[in-house]
Ligand binder design. Structure first.
Ligand code: ASP
Length: 399
C-alpha cells in the first residue's frame, strides 16, 4: 500500500535533509525543482483567495450580523493567540537571557541589511487598492482580501442579478482547489528538493554566539505549537489535537520548507477542507486572512530578537518597555508579508519603538533563514488551529 501523503512528506523531508548534507553546496542544481514547486503554488494563491473569500462571504448570506460574528471570532482568536505567543517568548528570553554573554564588537561586525523599516501609514493605505487588477498582479494580498470582502457583500445585496457572478466565483474556487490537489501530488518531491537545498547551502559557523538565542526562539515556538495551540484546539475547538496535526501536516511541512505562509495557503486550505473536514465557507474566510495577518511564530520571534539585541547592547528593558515590545511585535507580525524573511524587516519597527538601533538586525541575520522555517511552520499551524476553533464556534451557533 502506498504510504499516506503526510508519511510521504515526512520521509521526503528526511531524505532531502540527508541529500543536502551529503552533497553540500553542489546541491544548487536541485534548487530548480524546489523553485518550480513554489511557483506552482504561488500561481494559484491570488485567484484562490479571491474566489474562496467571495464564495465564503456569499454563502454566509447578506446577513451582516453573521459575517460580523465570524469576523469578530476570527480576529479575537488571532489577537489572543499572537499575544500568548509573544508572552511565552518574553518570559523565556528573560529567564534564559541569551544575549547576556555575547560580545558586541564581535557581533557588530556582521553587516546590516540596507533597508528601511516599512511605514505604518503605507501598510494601512495600501489595503485599499487603487487598481484591483494591479493589486492582483503584484500580489497585494491584503488589498485582494479587501476587494473580495467588498465583492462578496455587494453580490449579496444586489441579489438575483448578481447570481451568475456568485456562481462564477464558486466555480473558480472549485477549479483552483482541483489544481491545488494536483500540485500537492508533487509536494513530496518539492519539499525534498527545498530541504536538500536549504541544508546543503546552510553555513553552520554562523550559529556561533547565536546558539542560545536560537534555542530560546525554538523553545518558545515549541511551547506555543505543542502546548498552547493544542490546548486551545482541544478545549475551545473541541478537536483532537494530534489527529488534527496529522490532517494538516502537509501544510505545516510545506510552510517549513518554503518559509512562506502565502505560498502554503492553497495547501492549508485543501488540508483543512479535505482532511479535517472543516466547512469550506469558514476555511475560505478565515484562512486567507490568517495567512496574511496571523503570525504567532513571527511575533514570538520578533519579541525574543528585540530583547536579545537589547541584552547584547547592555540596554535594560523594564516592564513598560517590554509591554511596548509586546504591542509592537504583535503589530509588526500583522504587517509582515507572508513571504520569506518578511518578519526580519518588520522587526525594525519593534527596535525603533524601544530606541534600539535598527542596524542591530545585522546581529541575527546569520540565523534568520533557519528560524524563518520554524516560525513559518508555527504561523501556518496557528492559522489551521484558528480555522478549527472558528469552525466549532460557528457550528455551535448552527451557522
Ligand atoms: N516567512 C514568514 C511567513 O511567511 C514571515 C516571517 O518572515 O516571519 O509566515
Amino acid at each position: 500500500m502506498k504510504p499516506k501523503l503526510h508519511t510521504q512528506i515526512l520521509l521526503a523531508m528526511v531524505a532531502g535533509a540527508v541529500i543536502g548534507a551529503a552533497l553540500g553546496p553542489r546541491v544548487e542544481a536541485i534548487r530548480i525543482v524546489g523553485d518550480l514547486f513554489i511557483r506552482l503554488l504561488r500561481m494559484v494563491v491570488i485567484p484562490l483567495i479571491l474566489a474562496s473569500m467571495v464564495s465564503g462571504v456569499v454563502s454566509l448570506g447578506a446577513s451582516g450580523r453573521r459575517l460580523g460574528r465570524l469576523g469578530l471570532q476570527t480576529l479575537a482568536y488571532y489577537a489572543a493567540t499572537t499575544i500568548l505567543a509573544v508572552l511565552v517568548g518574553l518570559i523565556l528570553v528573560n529567564i534564559i537571557r541569551p544575549g547576556a554573554g555575547v560580545a558586541l564588537p564581535e557581533a557588530a561586525q556582521q553587516t546590516a541589511p540596507d533597508v528601511r523599516p516599512p511605514s505604518w501609514l503605507s501598510v494601512v493605505t495600501d489595503i485599499v487598492p487603487e487598481n484591483p487588477l494591479a493589486a492582483m498582479a503584484t500580489d497585494q494580498v491584503l488589498s485582494v482580501i479587501f476587494l473580495a470582502l467588498l465583492l462578496g457583500v455587494a453580490i449579496c445585496t444586489v441579489g438575483d442579478k448578481a447570481r451568475p457572478l456568485a456562481a462564477f466565483f464558486e466555480a473558480l474556487n472549485a477549479v483552483m482547489l482541483r489544481i491545488t490537489g494536483w500540485i500537492m501530488l508533487l509536494a513530496p518531491i518539492g519539499v525534498a528538493a527545498l530541504m536538500a537545498h536549504t541544508i546543503g547551502t546552510m553555513g553552520l559557523d554562523a550559529i556561533r554566539g547565536l546558539a542560545a538565542y536560537m534555542l530560546t526562539v525554538l523553545l518558545g515556538l515549541a511551547i506555543h505549537a505543542f502546548i498552547t495551540l493544542p490546548l486551545i484546539v482541544g478545549l475551545v475547538g473541541r478537536t483532537r489535537p494530534w489527529r488534527f496535526i496529522r490532517d494538516v501536516f502537509t501544510a505545516v511541512a510545506t510552510a517549513f520548507s518554503t518559509s512562506s505562509s502565502a505560498a502554503t495557503l492553497p495547501v492549508t486550505m485543501t488540508c483543512l477542507e479535505k482532511n479535517a473536514g472543516l466547512s469550506d465557507k469558514v476555511v475560505g474566510f478565515v484562512v486567507p486572512i490568517g495567512a496574511t495577518v496571523n503570525m504567532d511564530g513571527t511575533a514570538l520571534y520578533e519579541a525574543v530578537a528585540a530583547m536579545f539585541i537589547a541584552q547584547v547592547y547592555g540596554v535594560d528593558m523594564g516592564i513598560s518597555q517590554q509591554v511596548l515590545i509586546m504591542l509592537t511585535a504583535t503589530l509588526a507580525s500583522i504587517g509582515a508579508a507572508a513571504i520569506p524573511s518578511a518578519g526580519l524587516f518588520t522587526m525594525m519597527i519593534v527596535l525603533q519603538a524601544v530606541g534600539l538601533p535598527v542596524e542591530a538586525v545585522g546581529l541575527i541575520l546569520a540565523v534568520d533563514r533557519i528560524l524563518d522555517m520554524f516560525r513559518t511552520a508555527v504561523n501556518v499551524w496557528g492559522d489551521a488551529c484558528g480555522a478549527a476553533v472558528v469552525n466549532r464556534l460557528q457550528a455551535e451557533r448552527g451557522g
